[in-house]
Design a protein around this ligand. Structure first.
Ligand SMILES: Nc1nc2c(ncn2[C@@H]2O[C@H](COP(=O)(O)OP(=O)(O)OP(=O)(O)O)[C@@H](O)[C@H]2O)c(=O)[nH]1
Ligand SMILES: [Mg+2]
Length: 300
């Protein structure tokens, strides 16, 4: 066993930010590294809207992982806020992890610029979909543009080579005591995860602009000893037509969202809940600072 003083001298702690284009698998990776789902995953790009923090505490290190929204050129206020959260995560990180998708050939200069010349790891994800030699041109073109410290091919989905990645990240953490209590896995309140689960179901069940026009707010969250929790969630959309689609014939579409969300929420919270969903129209909310701010998006 380690002597307490020795552990103190060798304990590492710090932040690692996962940065990359939409859909490359950042959220899948943070969940895989933590061994618990804290960030929602869908097949659609721009699923993640916030910087989502997950904490991994071991005997000799505490790694704080930051999942971030996929990097895009912002076109409206919400996207600007999403990109501000990428920038802040990048600035706060001790270790930068740049994710690329092995199945895409195009070089992503826009995201590379965010690394600002700082030391970074190149992680090539979705290796389960390509032959190893086929990713060489991609790695070569990235290496021509940026001096990555290491290149690590992984599959976040199949959880391959994650130990090598973990080792590379932890190696780069500075010495220091834990920054969070050891039993804490995240810093977001339960209502954040509940809202995200509802949003995940909307992303999975609707097409085109609907997922991107939705915001989910938890308006009531009451715990009752010996009874189900009461949760009210409002889904904000931009137009009446979107409200109609979301609710569906006789409420059938909204009911499907509610059923899928409730199952996941109960699994996440480990207790039974009574979930009610409401749909509300807030014209052009994605471009209005007051709405964005009250929904928890910050552009500064
Ligand atoms: N085959 C395969 N699919 C993966 C892998 N990692 C992620 N995916 C899939 O890629 C899609 C996007 O995954 P996400 O984790 O949501 O991607 P993201 O980078 O967080 O996306 P944004 O939040 O939109 O920026 C999902 O359908 C995942 O299941 C992988 O290693 N292999
Ligand atoms: Mg994501």
């Amino acid at each position: 066993m380690n002597h307490p003083e020795n552990t103190e001298q060798t304990h590492k702690s710090g932040y690692a930010a996962l940065i990359g284009k939409p859909n490359v698998g950042k959220s899948t990776l943070i969940n895989a590294l933590l061994g618990q789902k804290i960030s929602i995953v869908t097949r659609k790009p721009q699923t993640t809207r916030h910087r989502v923090l997950g904490i991994l505490s071991e005997e000799d290190f505490q790694l704080i992982l930051l999942d971030t929204p996929g990097v895009i050129t912002p076109k409206y206020g919400l996207q600007k806020a999403m990109m501000a959260s990428v920038t802040s995560a990048t600035q706060d990180a001790d270790v930068l992890v740049f994710l690329a998708d092995a199945t895409r050939e195009k070089l992503d200069m826009h995201t590379l610029e965010l690394l600002s010349g700082r030391p970074a790891l190149l992680v090539v994800n979705k290796m389960d979909l390509v032959r190893a030699e086929n990713m060489l041109p991609l790695v070569e073109s990235y290496s021509n543009e940026y001096d990555f410290e290491e290149v690590i091919p992984i599959s976040a989905l199949k959880q391959t080579n994650l130990d090598v990645l973990m080792h590379a990240i932890v190696n780069r953490l500075p010495l220091g005591p834990p920054l969070y209590p050891r039993d804490v896995i995240s810093e977001h309140p339960e209502r954040f995860f509940v809202a995200e689960i509802v949003r995940e179901k909307i992303f999975q069940q609707f097409r085109q602009e609907i997922p991107y026009s939705c915001q989910v707010n938890i308006t009531v969250f009451e715990e009752h000893e010996g009874e189900k929790d009461l949760i009210d969630a409002e889904i904000v959309v931009e137009r009446d037509s979107q409200k109609g689609i979301l609710i569906g014939k006789k409420g059938s579409a909204l009911k499907r969202v509610g059923m899928a969300a409730r199952t996941d929420i109960e699994n996440f919270l480990g207790r039974a809940v009574f979930l009610k969903l409401f749909v509300k129209v807030r014209s052009d909310w994605r471009n209005k600072d007051a709405f964005l701010k009250s929904y928890g998006y910050d552009r500064s």
